[in-house]
Design a binder for this molecule. Structure first.
Ligand code: 5GP
Length: 189
């Protein structure tokens, strides 16, 4: 199979990376398809199975781990596992597309290590931890305990920024949208 390219957007939760991923997906000339991850967590709000995630129960998730179905997987939050299915990358490459990932920092670096030439790993940096916490609260999807867990994890993740190919500062969303398109365009050229 002809390999396409892999665009990884990783960031602490609340950094705005999902908005940037959606923006990139709208640029038809980049030929990007979203890698739908599998997760053992429950669907939130309007999330749909097979669109936002493949929602699996923990037993099925663990079976997929034993079958070596994942390129990488992690217990990102206590009791909630997330993973990138090999079949997702193969599905997108088979139709001649490039894959875009919205995954956590450790998972992003893990994929970059396995595909050093094919992958561009971008770290999306929020302006500050305070802003990130505000964004998580504005989402109104998490309990206070979950928000605190996410803020603590985000703070640890900031240290990984320098291991990425590029750092994108998401201070002003319109500027960040333009910057990310330029980065991806340059890489795909
Ligand atoms: P959420 O529960 O907010 O959808 O996602 C929690 C975190 O898990 C986010 O940082 C998200 O990017 C990350 N994540 C989503 N899919 C994957 C995956 O396949 N692998 C890894 N390592 N992290 C993922």
């Amino acid at each position: 199979m002809k390999k396409g390219k892999l665009i990884i957007l990783s960031a602490p939760s609340g950094s705005g990376k999902t908005t940037l991923v959606h923006h990139l997906l709208k640029q038809n000339d980049l030929n990007l398809s979203f890698s739908i991850s599998a997760t053992s967590r429950e669907a939130r709000g309007s999330e749909k199975d097979g669109e936002d995630y493949y929602f699996m129960n923990e037993v099925n998730f663990d079976k997929a781990v034993s079958n070596d179905d994942f390129i990488e997987w992690e217990e990102v939050y206590k009791g909630n596992k997330y993973g990138t299915l090999r079949s997702e990358v193969e599905r997108i490459w088979a139709k001649g597309g490039n894959v875009i990932f919205d995954i956590d920092v450790v998972g992003g670096l893990n994929i970059k290590k396995q595909f050093p030439k094919e992958a561009l790993a971008i770290f999306v940096k929020p302006p500050s931890l305070e802003v990130m916490e505000q964004r998580l609260r504005a989402r109104k999807t998490d309990t206070e305990e979950k928000i605190q867990e996410r803020v603590a994890k985000s703070s640890r993740e900031m240290d990984y920024a320098c291991s990425f190919d590029a750092i994108l500062i998401n201070d002003n969303l319109d500027i960040a949208k333009g910057d990310v398109i330029n980065m991806v365009n340059d890489f795909l050229k």
